[in-house]
Design a protein around this ligand. Structure first.
Ligand code: SF4
Ligand code: SF4
Length: 521
């Protein structure tokens, strides 16, 4: 067994051991006053002075585990203390450990509460995009959460242990209380990001977002001007989105550009990458997987074939590992985790939840690590919330599993049978038989959209080619009209030299710290 895998598996064995797991479960169990684990972590960095008897006991256990962990994996105590000073890191660690305490060590792991919630803040939008998964329109929905309810939801998310909130829509800036609510979330120490069409982000708006505590803004560009405006349904949308991106960069916000890849824009993507990096100076380019839900159903024939998706992911990864580039290229397609796993060089990609620092941390990947993160995070590390407080496994899966007005997030997260179904990868059709099922798992939203089955195959992957062909063959009877693999000219090719056999030997040293971060923290 490779040394890095040995380290990961030893930690797993430790956490999987019934005695240490019971200890962990006890330490991570919340009391009326909050989390003992969080108090212990605060004490460890010298921030919490007075501890109750139970908290003292928890602190002794946590101290032992952290000291042992840092010793074994070559991370100094100072380094550990430094990263623990960040409240988001502490909340994240507590969430993961509490998840291990509650669910045991899993492949892939489920956290105690979603790490990330994507909040469709409103149904209101000033554009008319062809692929809109929210069926957004000019007016908000009549039952959207009020400002007070929104703040109450944030309080509930905090006590559950959620780390990051992403405000999406519709167009989140269309709501008048957008800045008030994002500021409230940032003040509660959430990592706050915003997904926007960019058209309302003036210089002043960008500055105000920064002041409110927004840390990351992601603006959609679906190609160059003609393609984008056609896709978004409003002339001038491209120019305003580009202005919005520039305004965010100028205001010092961490800025990314998102593109939903379809046949409309596939061939523009290489040039778009250059434009985003050199002209817009955004830090991140993320390709969204197209999912035929709501208005997107009408353009299912524009979905990429499995082969095209694979080539696109190879292309993106070749950009990501190119050290001469300032731009990081990612994709929400869970198969991107497999792409990164197959390459000899470079970092592992955790699809939706990643950034450059996280990927670098995961350099020197091992199967255990990639299986811990596990590609699609729906219902496991992440969930969505609709404008009216409905909780959904993913914003692209229109199945209500609860409502935040009626139940706590933790109750929904722990008890929903739909979420339990999504977490059980062994029961998946197609993907369940794949060697990458714990690394990727396939997009559950695509399985549901195409087969009406959350445990169905993701037909967007070349390993599931037969399912893609099945849909293509039944085109005349199906609500979906997709392209067969043969009928579409190839889009993007990845340089052949990048396709090398896996070689973990180069990454031994990096792996040990990554194991510590993921498995202990
Ligand atoms: S078959 Fe499913 S799990 Fe395997 S790589 Fe393809 S999409 Fe992922
Ligand atoms: S179902 Fe999973 S892979 Fe698909 S969009 Fe949602 S989180 Fe991403």
């Amino acid at each position: 067994m490779h040394e890095a895998d040995l380290v990961a598996n030893t930690v797993k064995a430790w956490l999987g051991n019934p005695i240490s797991r019971s200890l962990l479960r006890w330490v991570s169990k919340r009391t009326d006053k909050g989390s003992k684990l969080e108090s212990a972590l605060k004490k460890y960095i010298g921030e919490q002075e007075k501890l109750s008897f139970q908290e003292k006991l928890a602190y002794a256990i946590v101290k032992l585990a952290l000291n042992k962990g840092s010793e074994s994996f070559g991370v100094s105590k100072e380094q550990l203390v430094e990263s623990l000073r960040n409240p988001m890191v502490r909340r994240g660690i507590t969430n993961v450990l509490e998840g291990i305490g509650h669910y045991g060590v899993q492949r892939p792991q489920t956290t105690a509460a979603p790490f990330l919630i994507v909040w469709n803040f409103t149904k209101q939008c000033n554009l008319k995009c062809k692929h809109c998964y929210e069926n957004a329109g000019p007016k908000p929905a009549p039952d959207e959460l009020t400002t007070e309810e929104a703040k109450k939801a944030i309080d509930d998310f905090k006590s559950a242990g959620v780390v990051a909130l992403s405000f999406s829509g519709g167009e989140p800036l269309a709501r008048k209380d957008f800045l008030e609510v994002t500021k409230y979330a940032a003040d509660k120490e959430f990592y706050v990001s915003v997904a926007s069409n960019g058209t309302l982000i003036t210089k002043t708006a960008a500055q105000k977002m920064r002041e409110a505590g927004v840390q990351y803004v992601e603006i959609s560009l679906d190609g160059f001007e003609e393609t984008h405006d056609k896709f978004r349904g409003i002339p001038g949308a491209w120019k305003r989105a580009v202005e919005g991106i520039k305004n965010c960069v100028e205001a010092g916000l961490d800025t990314g550009v998102a593109t939903t890849a379809t046949h409309y824009n596939l061939k523009e993507i290489p040039k778009l990458v250059e434009f985003i990096e050199n002209d817009l100076h955004a830090k991140r380019f993320i390709v969204f997987n197209f999912i035929p839900v709501n208005r997107g159903k009408e353009i299912a024939d524009q979905d990429l074939t499995p082969k095209e998706r694979e080539e696109l992911l190879d292309f993106l990864y070749s950009k990501l590992i190119d050290n001469n580039r300032k731009l990081d290229a990612f994709s929400t397609a869970p198969q991107y985790a497999v792409t990164s796993y197959k390459f000899a060089l470079g970092p592992v990609v955790a699809t939706h939840f990643t950034n450059r620092a996280a990927s670098e941390m995961l350099k020197g990947r091992t199967k255990s690590l990639t299986e811990f993160i596990g590609g699609c995070g729906a219902g496991r590390l992440y969930c969505g919330m609709e404008p009216n407080g409905d909780i959904v496994p993913c914003v692209f899966i229109p199945i209500k599993v609860g409502n935040i007005r009626e139940q706590s997030l933790v109750k929904i997260w722990r008890e929903s049978t739909v979420l339990k179904q999504i977490r059980n990868r062994d029961a998946f059709k197609g993907c369940g038989e794949c060697e990458y099922k714990y690394i990727c798992g396939g997009c559950r939203a695509r399985a549901y959209a195409y087969f009406n089955d959350l445990q169905g195959p993701d037909p967007g992957c070349s390993i599931n080619q037969k399912y893609w062909e099945k849909i293509a063959k039944s085109n005349e009877h199906s609500k979906f009209k997709i392209a067969s693999s043969e009928s579409i000219p190839r889009g993007i090719k990845c340089p052949l030299f990048l396709r090398q056999p896996i070689n973990f030997q180069n990454f031994l040293n990096m792996a040990s710290s990554a194991v510590l971060k993921l498995e202990i923290e």
